[in-house]
Write a protein that binds this ligand. Structure first.
Ligand SMILES: O=C[C@H](O)COP(=O)(O)O
Length: 263
């Protein structure tokens, strides 16, 4: 089960919606709401809080292969031991992707290389690196991740009470991140306290996915319960933004064709 492979999202304008869920009930609600990727996460335990292995297995079973399932491993210090152990534990639950965050401090490149050395030990699970826009992200790490065989990379925020991703990094920096991921043939995701109002500018960057938790909950309380209407609102906002982008591309193509015929 694959998230849209690199380049196709940019070519066909299809941006996947990722929703972070705490249990099988929320996973079912997200499937009903048309979510493209189910992300196992316990928001009460941090930016990349991990659910229990039992909860992750229950989510995988409930989703039943209908969409890709990812799991976060927790906000570990950037050290080989804890991150490798947590990554293997998450991979053993049957998810398609394990999202591994890189907080500042420690030798992130060493950790990436250690994770690359796990090839074959993570079963079907592929590793996705998560960089934190509000914690001095090193975009040079994307090349290391690609060399280590990571499937993708996500730019998220660590501090969920200090603004959204576009408040932390300017759009041209977000665009640069997407371009770097594409250049290394990895899928890329954008996340971090995102709301409906952020969607048009982010869809314009054509990431492969945009991730949400807080916006999907009642009163945007990320540790609260998911709300089907909020899920549908975000789903519709992505579809609307994609249609605008597609129509814009079509009209530009028609204008170019007219100019060529006239020349
Ligand atoms: O990957 C998903 C994001 O971490 C969503 O969480 P957030 O919307 O609360 O930032």
């Amino acid at each position: 089960m694959q998230i849209i492979p690199p380049r196709r999202a940019a070519d066909c304008g299809r941006v996947s919606m990722l929703a972070s869920v705490v249990d099988a009930r929320e996973a079912t609600l997200c499937l009903e709401g048309g979510v493209d990727v189910i992300d196992c996460k316990d928001p009460s335990r941090g930016a990349l809080g991990a659910v229990t292995p039992e909860a992750a297995r229950a989510i995988v079973e409930t989703v039943g292969g209908r969409v890709p399932v990812s799991a976060t491993i927790g906000d570990h210090p950037c050290e080989v031991g804890p991150i490798v152990e947590a990554t293997l534990q998450a991979a053993a639950t049957g998810v398609d992707y394990v999202k591994t965050g890189f907080l500042p401090g420690g030798d992130a490149a060493e950790v990436v290389r250690a994770l690359g050395g796990l090839r074959g030990e993570t079963g079907k699970a592929q590793i996705v690196g998560v960089l934190f826009a509000d914690a001095s992200p090193d975009f040079e790490l994307v090349a290391e991740m690609a060399a280590a065989g990571f499937a993708g990379v996500v730019l998220d925020t660590a501090n969920k009470s200090d603004g959204a991703l576009p408040d932390v990094l300017a759009v041209d920096q977000l665009e640069h991140f997407v371009e770097i991921a594409r250049a290394h043939e990895m899928f890329c995701g954008l996340a971090g306290s995102l709301r409906t109002r952020h969607i048009p500018a982010l869809v314009r960057l054509a990431p492969d996915l945009i991730g949400f938790r807080g916006a999907l909950c009642r009163e945007n309380a990320r540790t609260g319960s998911l709300d089907l209407r909020a899920v549908a609102e975000i789903r519709d906002a992505i579809a609307k933004a994609e249609k605008i982008e597609t129509d814009l591309m079509m009209s530009k193509a028609e204008e170019l064709a007219r100019e060529e015929r006239a020349s």
